[in-house]
Design a protein around this ligand. Structure first.
Ligand code: HEM
Length: 397
């Protein structure tokens, strides 16, 4: 067994949180210019009380044309009533029923990817490039009606926005300047697809958005662009990280694979526990709309407030033995998909993809282990909780 797969930086962060949850569960981080919320109950309140905590963080983000273009339809960064109106346009597209209809296709993609791995006959592979990265990006491209062949671009843009420059890059002039070329490329790409849909009679999500009306008017191209960019970016790096995080958890708990192979109904609760134990996203940010007291501290109006998913989901006041990975926990109350009106739209899809990918691995391989003789390379724990690559040794059936 590979032992606990935790980077020294994440270990230090988690050790600090154990102490801080008791002594300073709400604190101001001067460097990030952000209030940190570390306890579960406080986090639930900050994430879900949308009348006091806004998703509009534009006050902290330098003004930049490319960002402005794609912000017009990015409803994750909006408050009511606009958020509800825009989200309502795609809610129908992401129901559990729709996601269920995608299952055969997701199974096919997972099978094709792993059969290609088998054919190459390598015993050691990088599970990120073999399965975890391509599966969600192919699925989201097909759902959106974008060419799957362009998937390397989608991955590049997601990396640029979420991890290459650090998640906090959005809050600085230099960070936004570093991301701008990727954002510009993504904006132009998506606008050209909106345009080609407009000139054709093709069906799909982009057509639905072109035909949609909000308060008696059609969406403009930038609104559609923001919509598409949100789905494209939110939908795959996170899902691929959950997949590799599930493999890390399996590697750390040797009896678990046998249990899951014997009873596949345990896969969904296992995936929920992976989300709690190793949430891919680390921070959910809000802006305080009024002076407000949280956890005994007064947070001033206009402040940036970050809920730490790493800390809240290890809060011993909410989870018994929080550092134990236990797929038999009674309830999945984790916050890895958020909570309240901004709850992740893609959660049913991400859950299915993770279940299908693990099933496909179990079906093809007798055993799969994290390579013991290679150092794992982790993301910065403030950006994303997971590894950049995942070398694994495979034993075929
Ligand atoms: C929102 C996490 C997969 C689309 C969110 C939020 C979280 C999250 C924490 C809430 C943000 C907030 O409260 O401000 C994740 C994780 C995923 C995942 C961990 C993978 C395991 C997906 C997928 C899609 C998607 C596959 C698209 C197909 C969205 C959208 C929102 C969102 C559109 C904004 C919802 C709103 O503001 O109303 N996600 N997500 N996500 N997610 Fe996901």
């Amino acid at each position: 067994m590979g032992g606990p797969h935790v980077s020294p930086a994440l270990r230090a962060m988690m050790d600090d949180y154990v102490h801080a949850r008791v002594h300073e569960p709400v604190r101001f981080d001067e460097k990030a210019n952000r209030w940190e919320v570390l306890r579960y109950a406080d986090g639930v309140r900050v994430i879900s009380d949308f009348e006091v905590f806004s998703n509009d963080l534009s006050a902290f983000i330098p003004d930049h044309e490319e960002l402005r273009n794609f912000s017009k339809g990015n409803f994750q960064a909006m408050d009511e009533p606009r958020h509800k109106e825009l989200r309502g346009l795609v809610t129908q597209g992401f129901t559990p029923k729709f996601v269920q209809s995608l299952v055969p296709r997701v199974e096919q993609v997972a099978a094709e990817l792993l059969d290609a791995t088998l054919e190459r006959g390598q015993e050691r592979v990088d599970m990120v490039s073999e399965l975890a990265a391509p599966l969600p990006v192919i699925v989201i491209a097909e759902v959106m009606g974008l060419p799957v062949a362009d998937r390397h671009l989608f991955r590049k843009w997601a990396d640029a926005l979420l991890v290459d420059n650090g998640v906090d890059a959005l809050f600085s002039e230099e960070g936004v300047a570093a991301m701008a070329p990727s954002i510009r490329e993504m904006n132009q790409y998506l606008l050209s697809h909106v345009d080609s849909y407009r000139r054709s009679s093709k069906d799909g999500l982009i057509r639905d958005l072109l035909d949609a009306e909000l308060n008696g008017r059609k969406l403009d191209d930038f609104e559609i662009l923001g919509f598409l960019a949100l789905l494209l970016i939110a939908g795959h790096l996170t899902t691929s990280t959950v997949l590799t995080n599930a493999l890390l958890c399996l590697d750390e708990n040797p009896g678990l694979a046998k249990e899951l192979r014997a009873d596949r109904t345990l896969l969904p609760p296992m995936i929920e526990e992976v989300m709690r134990y190793r949430s891919p996203l680390v921070w959910i940010n809000r802006c305080a709309l009024t002076d407000v007291e949280v956890g005994g501290r007064r947070i001033p109006k206009g402040a940036l407030v970050g809920t730490s998913l790493i800390s809240t989901m290890r809060d011993e006041a909410e989870f018994a033995q929080p550092d134990v990975f236990d797929i038999h926990r009674k309830q999945a109350r984790h916050l890895a998909f958020g909570k309240g009106i901004h709850f992740c739209l893609g959660a049913p899809l991400a859950r299915q993809e993770a279940r299908i990918a693990l099933t496909a691995l179990f079906e093809r391989f007798e055993d799969f282990r994290v390579a013991e003789d290679e150092e794992l390379v982790y993301h910065d724990p403030n950006d994303m909780n997971g590894t950049k690559k995942l070398p694994m040794d495979l034993v075929r059936r």
